[in-house]
Design a protein around this ligand. Sequence first.
Ligand code: ZN
Length: 115
Amino acid sequence: MHEYSLANNLIELLREQKKEKKAKKILKVELDFGKLSGAEPVLFEEAFEILKKETEFKETELKINLIEPEIKCLKCGKTFNTPYFPFLCPFCENFGGEIIKGDKIFIKSLVIENF
Ligand SMILES: [Zn+2]
């Protein structure tokens, strides 16, 4: 499943961060989770909860902030929010647009415990 490989990537990232920051523990990770990322947040969370049990991040708490998509119309230049492809601009009814926000998943913050 897509969400499992994403959750695995997150664990790898946490490992790197832990090493880099010389942390004893990562207590909490907060993600900005774009609604257009193509992944399902609930499934992602489930996958992380299962996978983390086998790792040093057993106790790491996951917080997901859902990020609303923002699309910029290529015709009139206004921005709008739609979760659906193809993007229909509500202002000029042109199809298509550039995704400005909401198509990525990234770490927003980490709470760590030092030695
Ligand atoms: Zn438009």
